[in-house]
Write a protein that binds this ligand. Structure first.
Ligand SMILES: Nc1ncnc2c1ncn2[C@@H]1O[C@H](COP(=O)(O)OP(=O)(O)OP(=O)(O)O)[C@@H](O)[C@H]1O
Ligand SMILES: N[C@@H](CCO)C(=O)O
Length: 308
């Protein structure tokens, strides 16, 4: 078994992964709706012969913050993938060009996890296409919920949830007439902290309102943009997190007041909006100081390429 893995890995030189950032929740779809965005990290893993040390080189977002050793999230996820699918660690160099901002609600951690798992798949199964269902299962287990991870794996928009240890995932067909906007602030909010302020129980009227909005959300994204403002209305998480990201929460309220289907992206503090050009236009005219506004296309899923 180990002989097979050594000879397989020795045929590989460099694996390249491109992975999109993602927005989660889209308002009412807490922990289950995600959309990939065309803001991509690009990573290369150079495999060297035999065992030995791993070096990590990071450019771009998080370059001076992420660890450059075995605790790097991509390497930790790669190890989980190798334990799942077989294959062993060689000496290697990991090179990351990061464009997804960290701790802003654009799914950077899920993307790093998916990238590490895609490398592991490439080592364990050279020549085989990525098994996206497997990647979704393992990345969602590491991340804890499938919204960001599922969207990073498959691209486009997804609805995903745990069914025991498995993940049920439905790909949503969002028409090309639907666009997105993100307003990215300079400050960061960690996901763990943003989850810790959520209550364990909510009033029944909020639960009912959330059920109605989240039931309408896939329909609104696929073919009823006129429902997007109502379907993205949240009663479960955004208001509870407002004090952690007051400027973002206020911007969401101002945009929604103008009819723009705006939400907090993931656990924040980026603000996200989705809709037709007509629905998004009032937001483009709004001055939002302290935020960098972008109009990313809806992104594709993780890609694994073998070079040499
Ligand atoms: N490309 C990366 N390489 C290494 N570590 C990363 C990378 N991206 C994220 N991380 C780790 O994940 C942390 C950010 O994760 P966190 O879950 O707080 O935010 P997020 O994933 O950007 O946002 P959200 O989950 O709300 O969309 C970073 O501080 C860093 O430790
Ligand atoms: N659904 C998650 C996304 C962040 O990982 C949350 O809002 O906490």
């Amino acid at each position: 078994m180990s002989t097979t893995c050594v000879s397989r890995a020795a045929e590989l030189t460099v694996l390249r992964v491109r992975v999109p950032g993602t927005t989660a929740n889209v308002g009412s779809g807490f922990d289950c709706v995600g959309i990939a965005l065309d803001i991509e990290d690009e990573l290369e893993l150079e495999l060297k012969d035999g065992p030995g040390a791993t070096t990590v080189v990071v450019d771009g977002e998080g370059a001076h913050q992420v660890p450059l050793d075995e605790t790097h999230l991509v390497l930790r996820s790669l190890d989980v993938g190798l334990a799942e699918w077989g294959g062993r660690r060689h000496a290697m160099e990991l090179r990351c060009t990061n464009r997804i901002p960290h701790s802003r609600g654009l799914g950077s951690s899920a993307s790093a996890i998916v990238a590490g798992l895609a490398f592991a798949w490439g080592i364990a199964h050279p020549g085989l296409e990525l098994d996206r269902a497997e990647l979704t299962r393992v990345s969602s287990r590491i991340e804890g919920h499938p919204d960001n991870a599922g969207a990073a794996v498959w691209g486009g928009a997804i609805l995903g949830w745990f069914d025991g240890d498995d993940v049920e995932l439905v790909r949503l067909r969002v028409p090309a007439t639907i666009g997105t906007r993100v307003w990215i602030p300079a400050f960061e909010v960690g996901t763990a902290g943003a989850r810790s302020v959520l209550p364990d129980e909510v009033p029944r009227r909020d639960a009912v309102a959330q059920a109605i909005a989240s039931a309408a959300l896939p329909l609104a994204l696929e073919r009823r943009p006129d429902l997007l403002l109502a379907a993205t209305r949240d009663r479960l998480h955004q208001a509870y997190r407002a004090e952690l990201m007051r400027p973002s929460y206020d911007l969401v309220l101002a945009l929604r007041e103008l009819g723009v289907p705006a939400t907090i992206s993931g656990a924040g503090p980026t603000v996200f909006a989705v809709g037709t050009q007509e629905q998004l236009a009032p937001g483009d005219a709004l001055v939002a100081e302290g935020f960098a506004r972008h109009a990313p296309a809806i992104g594709g899923g993780v890609q694994l390429q073998r070079l040499g």
